[in-house]
Design a protein around this ligand. Structure first.
Ligand SMILES: [Zn+2]
Length: 423
């Protein structure tokens, strides 16, 4: 397959117009200028199909660095239908089912590929174990290594750590303390696993940074991160997955148009490919996982300010949605589609569109050790998204999807749209 005469955003920068060739699921050639007319017949790929990409941009397949699949294949299919070729799941059980779904997602071309934390680390009686009695917990530093070893044995790709006292759910619950989070981070590092800490308040963000976790996810809404915190995050080479779309959906809405996330339901480029239930969930669903709406003093603008400070200080910002949707629960942050809102919100925070695209392609690949994807270069997986227009000028162009390839196999987006319309 050759995509010719197309703008190429390689995951870090716009190469300009050129051609990209792939075979057997792998990118074989990237030429930063349109292929000469004769070359198609003289090259080794004489019989290759050629797509004229005039007016279009080719992107690496998008990576959503924070999702919850809840065991639903349909979520991974919905993700792929919006150009998300890889999801990083931050909490799913039971372990056998998680491993089976990761295996299936690795083999099937009609699903987004999947990596998962499996079961997360939390305090006994804390969030979310208080409503999940079977969830293993960590009672103190002495239990940290055994907890990490058990997750590794179950096939977890990284370790998710819940630093949360339930305040956002109107509760006061025990939370993991600094010594325990430190022990978890050290155990994971010894075992070659990354740690990602859920932090939705200033105290938990500080605790996570003090404990040496590799990545922070979510951001406080009660205030923006201060300069000292931001500098330390940069110096200590941590990365942040803000999940702006979830935070935005969690704060009070003044009108539907004021919410970038909710407005997905009114965008025909998105809505035409969504099942009815997902469309209704975006427009009317209640985001209840992390932060209750209408909490006093919680302002989404604080998260936007923090993102810009972190980015300016050189902290890698990774695009993640915290997609929580499942067909039996009307959470408005749906898989795939919501990443396009996250990209728009990263731009609203102050990233350039190209920087936002990097946050959803090469940056998560680099920081999660996915060396085979996230970049358009020879030898990388042919995870590709072809869109109309130039999303490095207008980030909303990521929604005008023309074609999606996962591992070189084209996703039948028209058929998906028809099934969605019939649902
Ligand atoms: Zn989450």
């Amino acid at each position: 397959m050759i995509i010719d005469n197309v703008r190429i955003f390689d995951g870090e920068r716009m190469l300009g117009r050129g051609s990209v060739e792939f075979a057997d699921g792998v990118i074989t050639r990237v030429m930063a200028e349109p292929a000469p007319r004769a070359s198609a017949s003289s090259s080794t790929a004489a019989s290759a199909e050629v797509i004229d990409g005039a007016g279009m941009t080719l992107l690496p397949g998008l990576i959503d660095a924070h999702t919850h699949v809840f065991g639903a294949e349909s979520n991974l299919e919905m993700a792929l239908a919006f150009g998300v070729t890889t999801e990083l799941d931050m909490f799913m059980g039971p372990p056998d089912a998680t491993r089976a779904l990761c295996t299936a997602a690795g083999e099937r071309a009609d699903l987004a590929d999947l990596r998962s934390a499996g079961l997360l680390a939390s305090a006994p009686g804390g969030h979310p174990g208080v409503t999940m009695p079977d969830l293993p917990t960590v009672a103190g530093p002495a239990q940290a290594d055994a907890f990490v070893a058990a997750r590794q044995a179950e096939g977890a790709h990284f370790i998710k750590i819940m630093v949360e006292d339930g305040a956002h759910h109107g509760m006061s619950l025990p939370a993991l303390d600094r010594a325990t989070v430190t022990a978890l981070a050290e155990a994971a590092r010894r075992r070659g696993l990354l740690t990602v800490a859920h932090v939705a308040a200033l105290w938990s963000a500080r605790l996570a940074l003090d404990s040496g976790v590799d990545m922070l996810t979510h951001l406080p809404l009660e205030a923006a991160l201060d300069d000292a915190f931001v500098s330390r995050t940069a110096e200590e080479k941590r990365a942040v997955i803000p999940t702006l779309v979830m935070l935005e959906m969690s704060t009070p809405k003044t009108s539907r148009s004021a919410h970038t996330g909710r407005s997905l339901a009114d965008d025909p480029q998105i809505a035409d490919h969504l099942p009815e239930h997902a469309r209704t969930a975006i427009a009317e669903g209640h985001e209840g996982l992390c932060i209750e709406p209408d909490s006093p003093g919680q302002h989404f603008t604080h998260a936007l300010s923090s993102v810009l400070s972190l980015h300016r200080a050189g902290v890698p910002v990774l695009a993640g949605t915290d997609a929580n949707y499942r067909p039996d629960r009307a959470c408005p942050v749906v898989h795939g589609a919501s990443l396009h809102a996250e990209l728009a919100l990263l731009v609203a925070a102050g990233l350039t569109p190209a920087e936002a695209l990097t946050a959803a392609t090469s940056a998560p690949a680099a920081h999660f050790g996915l060396a085979d994807r996230g970049v358009i270069a020879p030898g990388r997986r042919a995870d590709l998204v072809l869109v109309q227009g130039d999303p490095t000028k207008d980030i909303r162009r990521t929604r005008s999807i023309e074609a999606i390839w996962r591992g070189g196999v084209r996703f039948d987006r028209a058929a998906y749209g028809e099934r969605a319309a019939a649902s």
